[in-house]
Design a protein around this ligand. Structure first.
Ligand code: FAD
Length: 397
């Protein structure tokens, strides 16, 4: 199957406005992100000004309702936009989509809070993030240590968050905290935390091996007071809503891996058709050519999985199984194929003026964000068993 036709068929389902914004995002990314991305890793910095420029281009409001100044587009439009931008830099696209999602969540909360924060977030004056992970809890999302205790007119939050995208610069945080440890995941609530209020203490961003545009870091909440208006999801709703958002993230992260893989295959094809060894272009060697064929075949399969999940989300489903399958496949396959693309360029594959090693590090990063590959297996395994229980002849006896 031709991978190009999978993309064009999917894009044909987008509305004219969705295609227009996708074209605008591609133009922004090729012109602004692609030439600068190497520098961000070299300088180990978060490209906050470029992120603001992306917001000014309308890219922070893809799914945001028009009454808030957004486009009101579907999930699939967001997925295609970040897939295309990941070809230039996964880290930047991931930072942007996390900001977008935080903005969307704020718009769904208390009207007064939304009226105060959404316009500033839409312009990129305030950057958003979502904070679930803690220093001692990552995969095990139901066991948070951050506590929310009832106080007069609001809640007191105390705890620490780690590995948060955009934490280096964020002004608004969608944070999960436990209101009642006895209640387990049902005790978890979601709060809008503002970084300029007392009790929010930001830590220095992590020094990583790449993907610095993600701006990953942590912060502590030291008797931070969240007024009642900052409660976004009540206990009982927050965990379910968070998992729903995470399913969406698994789906677009899979598509972003597809974007990186396509960019790498293109670079490998350019190089291996021009480079000669033993009297012929190296693409003529079957062993090398087949490695790119394998990559291209899995790219097509990855897109089919990611787009299947996106269509389900557009239709209002939570796409739990489809999203986990797409992200598992992305983690299992993309990493190996990116390494093969690097290999096909020989030593030149290591140079920073081709994006292959940047994609490779970013892809390893993607194997952790929004649930590790093992957690995808755990989820898919549970769903498999549930299916067996409900279809077995003994079920319901
Ligand atoms: C760059 C980056 C950005 C991130 N951005 C965000 C963000 O914006 N917000 C946020 O909240 N979090 C974010 N994260 C955190 C991410 O969600 C966690 O890294 C992830 O959930 C895994 O948690 P952990 O790293 O603590 O690993 P752990 O949970 O400690 O797991 C360690 C290892 O054990 C394995 N493991 C755990 N449980 C099981 C199991 N049941 N079966 C088999 N193996 C298991 C894991 O797969 C992993 O390999 C980000 C992470 C990265 C790297």
């Amino acid at each position: 199957m031709n991978p190009d036709s999978i993309v064009s068929d999917f894009d044909a389902e987008l509305s004219p406005t969705e295609r227009e914004l996708l074209a605008r995002a591609c133009e922004f990314s090729r012109r602004t992100v692609a030439p600068a991305a190497r520098q961000w890793d070299r300088q180990r910095c978060h490209p906050t000004e470029i992120l603001r420029a992306a917001c000014e281009s309308g890219l922070a409001g893809i799914e945001l309702a028009p009454e808030f100044g957004g486009w009101g587009l579907r999930f699939s439009a967001k997925l295609r936009i970040v897939e295309e931008m990941a070809k230039d830099d996964f880290g930047f696209a991931f930072s942007l989509v996390n900001h977008h999602n935080a903005l969307l969540r704020v718009s769904q909360g208390n009207p007064a809070l939304a009226a105060r924060l959404v316009p500033r977030m839409l312009r990129g004056e305030l950057i958003g993030c979502a904070a679930y992970t803690e220093p001692a809890h990552g995969s095990d999302l139901g066991h948070l240590a951050t506590r929310a205790t009832r106080a007069d007119g609001g809640w007191t939050l105390a705890g620490a968050k780690a590995w948060i995208t955009n934490a280096a610069v964020a002004g608004v945080v969608i944070a999960l905290a436990q209101t009642d440890p006895q209640a387990g995941s049902r005790g978890i609530a979601t709060f809008v935390v503002e970084a300029d209020r007392p009790g929010f203490v930001r830590q220095e961003a992590y020094e990583l091996s790449g993907a610095h545009a993600i701006g990953a870091g942590g912060f502590t909440l030291q008797d931070y007071f969240a007024p009642d208006e900052a409660l976004l999801d009540h206990p009982g709703q927050a965990f379910r809503n968070s998992l729903r958002g995470i399913n969406g993230a698994r789906c677009y992260v899979a598509a972003m891996c597809a974007g990186m893989l396509e960019s790498a295959i293109d670079a490998a094809l350019r190089y291996t058709t021009a480079r000669k060894a033993f009297g012929q272009p190296i693409i003529e060697f079957q062993g090398l050519r087949w490695s790119l064929v394998d990559a291209s075949t899995d790219l097509a399969a990855l897109r089919l999985l990611a787009y299947r999940a996106a269509r389900q989300i557009d239709a209002g489903a939570d796409a739990e199984e489809a999203a986990a399958a797409a992200k598992k496949f992305a983690g299992d396959k993309t990493l190996a194929h990116l390494a093969a693309c690097v290999q096909s360029l020989g030593a030149n594959g290591l140079r920073s003026d081709v994006p292959l090693m940047r994609h490779l590090v970013a892809c390893k990063t993607a194997c952790f964000t929004d649930g590790t590959t093992q957690i995808m297996n755990e989820r898919l395994g549970k769903l498999l068993l549930r299916r067996q229980e409900t279809t077995s002849p003994d079920a319901g006896e």
